[in-house]
Design a protein around this ligand. Structure first.
Ligand SMILES: *Cc1c(COP(=O)(O)O)cnc(C)c1O
Length: 369
């Protein structure tokens, strides 16, 4: 079976460096908010191309804290993508804010025309665009959207570390960006972890207050914060063992995507591909099939030994809990529903061999509908 992720192969590769990282933290006797977190934050900012970073306990928290730093409060309307990991909308809902879903384009990404129209109607001051699948949204258009409507923008970069739009890293159009180091992400820790990035130091300082009980200095609590600190152990593993491998991992993901794009030739299985201008980091490799035949296609792939998944089986607004909260859909919900009904993700991870890629591509090509 060609797995979607291969943590066994990864462990064999990173083991020695991870053990060294854990040793270093053990010997330091310092487990919370110390040198490892500080150095990881500096290293992450440098690799990403954004000035400042703050580690958090998760990507979910990174989005929520960033929105709070930018002043988002209960009742505020927040424009966002209709297709994403549920954490994107959960971060908005936890504040008591109201998600406004704009439509999706043919790549499953936020439709920036619809986003402009939604904002032109007024009443939207916040935006959480998602760089889904590792594709970079159009940074020029995102910045124009932000400027035209004076939006506070938190880019959800959980899937887009290493991706850029015409050379500009994702996360540079908004005031703040959120990253996730959930184990399956392109830079995946050995547990939960996340980060907030920004070019504005004051925003990162405010985020550091919120991630640590709202305290501005020891025992001085200025805000209603939370406990969302990044552990020293995770920071040490990320900084010493994983971040140095990221460039190689991203290059390998790009090579795999190129190989799939070249080898999948079945007109019944359509690779979504990268949008124009996006230098994608290929967190996922989505293909589209006839929605009526999707369950049979998933069975076919598994029978051929190809791991597969759905990202995501439903649009965000079709999750059961959305019945209990206030939300809006700008325009038609249909395109996002249609995209989700057609989408299947193929294995793409840095330890996948060319023979395995070819096996999955061949399985796609043998699909007869
Ligand atoms: C994974 C993910 C998140 C949430 O990150 P966690 O670290 O799991 O909380 C948010 N948005 C997107 C798009 C994601 O893929």
């Amino acid at each position: 079976m060609v797995p979607l992720n291969d943590f066994a192969r990864q462990w064999a590769d990173v083991r020695a460096d991870v053990m060294e990282a854990v040793e270093a933290v053990g010997e330091s006797g310092w487990y919370i908010l110390g040198r490892e977190v500080r150095e990881f934050e500096a290293g992450l900012g440098a690799v990403w191309g954004l000035g400042f970073a703050a580690g958090t306990a998760s990507g979910l928290d990174a989005i929520e804290i960033s929105l709070r730093v930018l002043g988002c409060r209960a009742g505020d309307r927040v424009l966002t993508s209709p297709i994403s990991a549920f954490a994107t909308v959960l971060a908005i809902l936890k504040i008591g804010a109201v998600p406004v879903f704009a439509g999706c384009d043919r790549f499953g990404l936020l439709d920036l025309d619809a986003a402009n129209e939604a904002c032109a109607q007024g009443g939207i001051r916040f935006c959480v665009p998602v760089h889904l699948y590792g594709h970079a949204l159009d940074a020029v258009r995102l910045r124009a959207l932000r400027d035209r409507f004076s939006l506070a923008m938190v880019e959800d970069c959980a899937q887009s570390i290493g991706a850029s739009f015409r050379g500009e890293p994702t996360g540079s159009a908004g005031q703040m960006a959120a990253a996730s180091f959930y184990p399956t992400k392109n830079l995946g820790a050995m547990g939960d972890a996340g980060a907030i990035l920004s070019d504005t130091p004051a925003l990162i300082e405010a985020a550091c207050v919120l991630r640590d009980y709202g305290q501005s200095s020891k025992y001085v609590h200025e805000r209603i914060g939370s406990n969302s600190r990044l552990d020293e152990v995770q920071a040490a593993i990320l900084r010493r063992a994983l971040l140095p491998r990221l460039a190689r991992w991203t290059a390998r993901r790009r090579a795999i995507a190129a190989r799939y794009l070249e080898r999948i030739t079945n007109p019944l299985v359509l690779p979504v591909g990268a949008p124009p201008g996006s230098e994608s980091c290929w967190h996922l490799f989505p293909v589209l099939v006839d929605p009526a035949r999707k369950p049979a296609f998933l069975d076919h792939l598994r029978a051929e030994g190809a791991g597969c998944a759905e990202h995501y089986p439903r649009a965000l607004f079709d999750q059961p809990v959305m019945r209990e909260v206030e939300w809006e859909c700008f325009g038609s919900c249909a395109p996002a529903r249609r995209f989700c009904a057609s989408e299947v993700s193929l294995p793409i991870h840095p330890y996948l061999g060319d023979d395995e890629v070819d096996q999955v591509a061949a399985a796609c090509n043998r699909w007869t509908g």
